[in-house]
Design a protein around this ligand. Structure first.
Ligand code: MOS
Length: 737
């Protein structure tokens, strides 16, 4: 039995099913639940980067009317911030200060204003030690990471003999590239509302992972995960910073237990810089060797990035160098320097975003050194199999991405000579880069219920961090169930629902769609079996293969007058619902195939030769990302990634005071991200790609690939425009004068 072709809604540019709720303010975010007897938590943050709290005077704060508690290490209940996976968190267990901005206390009051005021009255005296803040001054302390990088064996890799490959090369490029600390700036800050009901903890939390947050909070507090319920129905952007529960989440729970009332704890924008992760600073070396004909003979990509003194986070900048180009000799390595700053974390395409800036800039430098067109150079080094693993690709459309992108952009009209293209006084530059991101997937579960009224409810834990999960999963469910999308309600965001992975690594669409598809198919099949076995059904004793499902009815394929509605079948059996639960497990496809999405990025910049101002004026990105679940939300995801990359290339730079370790530009006035006026029309093309191996629907993640290659495409365009190679992000005016 199949859902009929006319039923197909997967892929259509359906408007967001939650759009109405969002624009009318009905969509409730973590800080917007009207809970009775609510109180408000405000954290106190350390003003130094390293040392001890010698004295903390809370008397004045405690006397503010409406203040219910001032919790510090002196009176906090026992908890363990190292437990529970994810990043280690600080939960007021001692007087140690590990980084500037660390939460060292929580004030709870009956209004937010009173809590804020009281927090300002807390006096802290520190025994300060000299912090280590600057990575560049401490490279001698770089160490080999204890941990692994995601889905790879080791922080280092070696394939062939790079030394030999470089020695044999006719042309070499060996350069250093750097990227600064950057911060996530989701519109919605981190926010948690904690409610205890007896020994049960309810948390409304802005998170990318309800189940990982449940586990983390339970273990930090030392209670059973079953006693913790996380609800997260709407999230105003994540980008990685909400991928791990940070200190404020268990602190909200601790505070709520202390005052025996619900506590709402929202981080202010300024508090988003420091205690909730950031993209770490990187220093990267890329060495490329090639023959005169432009065939790579060696590729080495090494990266040093910062981590904290108490935890480890590796920015895997060299990961894509392992698979992106055909090369017999490839080496990558990752080193870390401990700083007295918070622990860095995933930020949109962690590794690939920073790493592709270095590698794809170096490829452009190689193209100039060889006098070969940059697209042509990449075509000559196209990897037909994964060069490090030796595995075939599950699917790959990169050649088409280069071709369609170049054609749409008009790349063949490019004069490669730097400073050769002008528009009046302005210098025009065209640059390109390869984009790639792995296709990740984790086990996920879903439940589908067809109701007596001919509608369906489908549930799967999961999250919608603004990416469109509600919408695309409604489409997947509708198609599997044989129902119109309006008849399907997809629910997510509650740990009482079937388990799913964190919405990180661009894996939600691939993971959750597999479960929703399976559950929907099974529910529909169960219903059909009822009809086929029922003498009173017009479909009695037909073959399941001869039946199609459409708009809530089963039809005989060759005789559509023989049909029955879902409602009629359920009614005759006296059933309120028929339901199926599915667990979508992984097969052994990861052992057989290397699975990645690919794309090409083409950028035009216009540079003012007098001021050094760079404007991105045109963009074409072409992507092979498997099956598109929704043409509109997919387009938006790719545009969003590219916009993020424009910020990375030209603006984003978290400036840290070298003495205090404090973020200087800790708000959106000083931390620049692109606004509408900074962003041209971005044209996104999709190459039609069918991947039968990756997952049941052939879906590749699209949340992160858009940013990859973006900063390099801009840097390469800036070189083309100006003749200046900027190897240190962001490309600000001063670097071009
Ligand atoms: Mo994404 S940075 O993997 O949440």
């Amino acid at each position: 039995m199949n859902a009929s072709d006319t039923n197909i809604v997967v892929g259509k540019p359906l408007n967001r099913v939650d759009g109405y709720l969002k624009v009318t303010g009905e969509a409730r975010y973590a800080a917007e639940f009207p809970v009775a007897k609510m109180t408000y938590g405000v954290t106190i943050q350390s003003a130094i980067a390293k040392g001890k709290i010698a004295q903390i005077d809370t008397k004045a704060a405690e006397q503010v009317p409406g203040v219910l508690a001032v919790i510090t290490h002196l009176n906090a209940p026992k908890a363990d911030g190292e437990k529970g996976g994810g990043h280690k968190v600080q939960v007021l267990q001692d007087n140690t200060v590990l980084y500037s901005g660390q939460h060292i206390g929580v004030v709870v009051a009956d209004t937010f204003e009173r809590a804020m005021y009281a927090a300002s009255l807390v006096q802290v005296r520190y025994d300060e030690e000299k912090p280590t803040i600057n990575m560049r001054e401490n490279l001698a302390k770089a160490y080999f990471p204890k941990g692994k990088i995601p889905r790879e064996e080791s922080p280092d890799s070696s394939h062939g003999n790079v030394k030999q490959g470089l020695a044999n090369a006719a042309v070499r490029v060996e350069q250093t590239y750097t990227t600064p600390v950057e911060n996530h700036n989701p519109m919605e800050p981190h926010a948690t509302t904690a409610v205890w009901q007896g020994d049960q903890l309810l948390l409304y939390d802005a998170t990318q992972g309800i189940f990982s947050t449940q586990q983390k909070v339970a273990e930090v507090l030392g209670i059973e995960p079953e006693k913790v319920r996380i609800m997260s129905y709407f999230v105003g952007g994540g980008f990685g910073c909400k991928g791990s529960a940070w200190s404020h989440v268990p602190l909200a729970a601790i505070a709520a237990r202390q005052v025996n009332r619900p506590v709402k704890l929202v981080l202010g924008r300024i508090q988003m810089y420091g205690p909730v992760g950031f993209r770490p600073e990187t220093i990267q070396q890329v060495s490329l060797g090639a023959t005169r004909e432009g065939k790579l003979t060696a590729l080495r990509h090494t990266g040093t990035s910062q981590t904290s003194t108490f935890d480890e986070f590796i920015e895997p900048v060299g990961k894509s160098a392992r698979m992106i180009y055909a090369c017999p000799n490839i080496e990558t390595s990752h080193r870390l320097v401990q700083l007295d700053q918070g622990t860095p974390t995933y930020m949109r395409a962690p590794g690939e975003a920073s790493g592709s800036f270095a590698l794809e800039s170096a490829m452009d430098e190689l193209a100039y050194a060889l006098n070969i067109d940059p697209v042509e150079l990449r075509l000559r080094n196209h990897a037909d199999v994964d060069p490090s693993k030796g595995l075939p690709w599950s699917s790959k459309s990169l050649i088409q991405c280069y071709k369609t992108g170049a054609e749409k952009f008009g790349w063949q009209k490019r004069n490669p000579q730097p400073r050769s293209m002008r528009d009046g006084n302005y210098l025009i530059g065209w640059g390109m880069a390869t984009a790639t991101y792995p296709t990740n997937r984790s086990p996920a579960s879903a439940i589908a219920k067809i109701m007596a009224d001919g509608t369906a409810v489908v549930q799967s834990g999961s999250q919608d961090i603004g990416t469109g999960t509600y919408t695309v999963m409604t489409q997947v469910a509708a198609e599997a169930l044989g129902l119109a999308v309006e008849k399907v309600r997809f629910e997510l965001g509650d740990t009482k629902m079937p388990k799913t992975p964190v919405s990180g690594g661009s894996q939600t669409a691939a993971s959750v769609s597999s479960a929703v598809h399976l559950a929907g198919n099974q529910a529909r099949s169960k219903l059909l079996q009822l009809a086929l076995a029922d003498e009173k059904s017009p479909l009695y004793s037909s073959n399941a293969e001869d039946v199609i499902a459409q708009n809530g009815s089963f039809f005989l394929k060759n005789k559509s007058s023989v049909s029955e509605t879902y409602q009629a079948i359920l009614a005759r059996h006296g059933m309120k619902t028929i339901e199926a639960r599915a667990d979508a497990k992984l097969g052994d496809e990861q052992k057989k195939f290397s699975m990645h999405a690919f794309g090409s990025q083409f950028a035009e910049v216009r540079v003012n030769p007098d001021s050094g101002e760079v404007r991105v004026t045109r963009w074409v990105g072409s992507f092979g990302v498997g099956r598109i679940l929704n043409a509109k939300t997919a387009n938006s995801q790719l545009i969003g990634g590219i916009v993020y990359g424009i910020g990375m290339a030209l603006m984003e730079h978290t400036i840290i005071d070298p003495n205090l370790g404090r973020v200087v530009n800790h708000d959106l006035a000083e931390y620049h991200v692109p606004v509408n006026a900074d962003v041209p029309d971005i044209e996104v093309l999709f190459v039609d790609e069918h991947d039968p191996h990756i997952n049941p629907l052939g879906v590749k993640g699209i949340g992160e690939i858009g940013i990859t290659g973006t900063a390099a495409a801009i840097a390469n365009a800036v070189y083309h425009a100006t003749g200046k190679r900027v190897r240190d992000l962001p490309i600000t005016l001063d670097k071009l004068l």
